[in-house]
Design a protein around this ligand. Structure first.
Ligand code: SAH
Length: 214
């Protein structure tokens, strides 16, 4: 029974979402999506009871699932409409990916750890979400499927990768935490003439974006 949703978790989740609402980080559409996704299933069973606190928890390969408030904030900053093509760098547990799928986008996501790639693939499929998942290096993006309407980076990038900028459609938006130990959340919009407008939004703390493991 551990791998199921339940009225207990649904209640915890509704409380988490109303707490997020009062923080003002995201609107109802994003919060309703988060209220649908059983976050506990993306964690090891020992963390299930705590899954609806606004905390990051360890996942496989020494990585962490993002805080719910970070997921809410990044999802909102993307300014999504359903049907958009969205590229995520850092699939991790698959939780942010599930939220994006629930918001009705066509999701592409890259993860550099095989254990997390395997786990997220199984969990997203089990919950009925379809996404194009890749085991590989997020610095390279997914040129085969480019351009993307939106790009979300969920690891701390030492710099903004040029390949990702190139894979953004004109008018497209990228949300990326930039910095080594601590980061600034940056929103980058690609103009119709191909130039970029950058807005620095606030502090963030993500696990680092690292190079290919091969
Ligand atoms: N979105 C995830 C967050 C996981 S933490 C979630 O909801 O759980 C960030 C993830 O980025 C980690 O899993 C890490 O392995 C991955 N990552 C770091 N550098 C990467 C890279 N160059 N390419 C792809 N994934 C990367």
């Amino acid at each position: 029974m551990q791998n199921e949703d339940s009225p207990y978790y649904q209640g915890q989740r509704a409380m988490m979402c109303s707490a997020l609402k009062s923080k003002g980080l995201a609107g109802d559409t994003v919060l309703e999506a988060m209220n649908t996704i059983p976050r506990h299933l993306f964690l090891e069973s020992s963390f299930h009871q705590h899954a609806y606190q606004d905390k990051a928890f360890p996942i496989a390969s020494d990585q962490t699932i993002s805080h719910p408030s970070t997921v809410a904030w990044q999802s909102e900053l993307l300014k999504l409409s359903s049907g958009m093509k969205v590229l995520e760098i850092g699939t991790g547990s698959g939780y942010q990916a599930a939220v994006l799928c629930e918001l009705g986008v066509k999701l592409y996501s890259i993860e550099r750890h095989k254990a997390l790639f395997d786990f997220s693939r199984k969990m997203l499929a089990a919950l009925g979400y379809r996404a194009e998942l890749k085991f590989g290096d997020g610095f390279k993006g997914m040129p085969v499927f480019a351009p993307f309407d939106r790009i979300i980076v969920t690891c701390g990038a030492p710099f903004v990768p040029k390949a990702l900028l190139a894979q953004l459609v004109e008018g497209g938006v990228m949300i990326i935490p930039v910095g080594e130990d601590v980061q600034k959340m940056v929103q980058i919009t690609k103009q119709q003439d191909g130039s970029f407008v950058q807005k620095v939004l606030g502090d963030a703390a993500f696990v680092p974006m690292l190079k290919d493991r091969e």
